[in-house]
Write a protein that binds this ligand. Structure first.
Ligand code: GTP
Ligand code: MG
Length: 197
């Protein structure tokens, strides 16, 4: 799929405020600073579309972007950012889970995992929660450019084998870099397949 237009639509604090209508949408989630906003910019080819930052916790609302006038990309706030107060963390948690459980037009959730790290409990617990709630999701490893090819392959293998302890069938996975555009075609083809199915 070629993205010919991408525009910011709205930022919402609650799922009830998200755009109406039945356009299919694809959401991006993961720990704070994992590279969600950067990935969205890479996929759309629009560097300033989603706000990125070296400081974690940049995205604090549900952000909708309209793609090719036909479907939405959704940039969600990151989870697990320790420096937030208890109350704000709880608010964000409610915002995120409310969106995921109630947004019917969300066709797939892309869960981003930093390819550099060992499997982290917060992500594994989140994946279990997605499974328990029957949410369609796939795994996107990010920042692939920061590792050697062999280390990258080893980390991905480790992650998938950890998941297969719990999952009979593994979710689809993608290896990406917002720097080198690795994984762009694969992700966009996957989205296209789902839209056309
Ligand atoms: P929050 O909105 O705070 O939850 O963060 P986010 O997940 O949207 O992360 P963001 O895209 O803002 O990126 C965080 C930092 O990681 C920025 O400094 C990015 O430049 C950097 N980054 C993101 N993706 C990549 C990547 O693929 N490669 C490299 N080298 N750096 C990346
Ligand atoms: Mg962000």
């Amino acid at each position: 799929m070629t993205i010919t237009s991408a525009e910011y639509i709205v930022s919402s604090a609650r799922v009830e405020q998200c755009p109406e209508g039945q356009m299919p949408e694809f959401a991006f989630i993961g720990r704070s600073n994992v590279g969600k906003s950067s990935l969205i910019n890479m996929l759309t080819g629009r560097s300033g579309l989603a706000k990125t930052s070296a400081t974690p916790g940049k995205t604090i609302l549900i952000n909708h972007f309209l793609i090719n006038g036909q479907w939405h990309i959704v940039d969600l706030p990151g989870y697990g950012y320790a420096k937030r107060g208890q109350q704000q963390r709880e608010e964000l948690r409610r915002m995120i889970t409310g969106y995921i459980l109630r947004r019917e037009q969300m066709m797939n959730l892309f869960l981003l995992i930093d390819a550099r790290h060992e499997p982290q409990r917060i992500d594994l617990e989140f994946i279990t929660w997605l499974g328990e709630n029957g949410i369609p999701f796939s795994i996107v490893f990010t920042k692939a450019d920061k590792l050697s090819k062999s280390k990258l392959a080893a980390n991905v293998r480790t992650y998938l084998s950890r998941l297969s302890e719990e999952w009979e069938e593994l979710p689809p996975h993608f290896v990406t870099s917002s720097e080198t555009k690795q994984g762009k075609e694969e992700l966009l083809s996957y989205i296209e397949e789902i839209i056309n199915s």
